[in-house]
Design a protein around this ligand. Structure first.
Ligand code: SF4
Length: 182
């Protein structure tokens, strides 16, 4: 089952999601299904869309050039499904917070922790994380537990490190309380 089919089954129609995403981006019309699919598969693309929603020229460029989404059979099904759900959750939750980001001290602490974490890994060929041009190599690394691009994940107040701290009880590796997520 592909990303769009998953959405259709669990979260309403694809047309609804295209319209909602258009509204989130301040557009008068829905985004295309290609843009929606790319945003769900590629957290960097979603991040860039949201971050540039007030820059009309840049936003239009991104909308006209969504990164290619791999065919379902070309990716490991389980990993792909997890990524779709995670990317979708991250994008919509971020939008609900008013696109806020954590303060610089929190960002640095999270980022430094991720950079030293054994769960950090480079992109794999199975997962398409086409990062918009200008992104540095270090910012392309992903968390192997959740599949997120850490450079984006650490900025978002709605995100949480998925791994328990190896020494401190009750907190994750970012030393933030472990959330009970429904
Ligand atoms: S989010 Fe947590 S588990 Fe993932 S790389 Fe960062 S510190 Fe490690």
């Amino acid at each position: 089952m592909g990303a769009i089919e998953e959405l259709r089954e669990h979260q309403g129609t694809v047309a609804d999601k295209c319209r909602e995403m258009g509204e989130l981006l301040g557009l008068s019309e829905p985004v295309s299904e290609l843009v929606l699919q790319a945003a769900l598969h590629d957290s960097s693309y979603a991040h860039n869309l949201l971050a540039t929603r007030r820059n009309a020229a840049f936003l239009q460029y991104l909308l006209a050039n969504p990164p290619a989404v791999p065919k379902q059979q070309e990716v490991e099904a389980k990993t792909s499904l997890q990524l779709v759900k995670k990317a979708s959750e991250a994008m919509w939750k971020w939008a609900k917070t008013g696109f806020s980001t954590v303060d610089e001290a929190v960002l640095q602490k999270r980022y430094n922790t991720c950079m030293q974490c054994p769960n950090l890994q480079d992109q794999t060929e199975q997962i398409v994380y086409k990062v918009f041009s200008g992104t540095k190599q270090a910012e392309e690394k992903i968390c192997s537990l959740c599949g997120c691009v850490v450079a984006n994940k650490v900025r978002l107040p709605t995100e949480a490190c998925p791994d328990r701290h190896p020494h401190l009880p009750g907190v994750n590796r970012w030393e933030e309380p472990i959330e009970q997520r429904g």
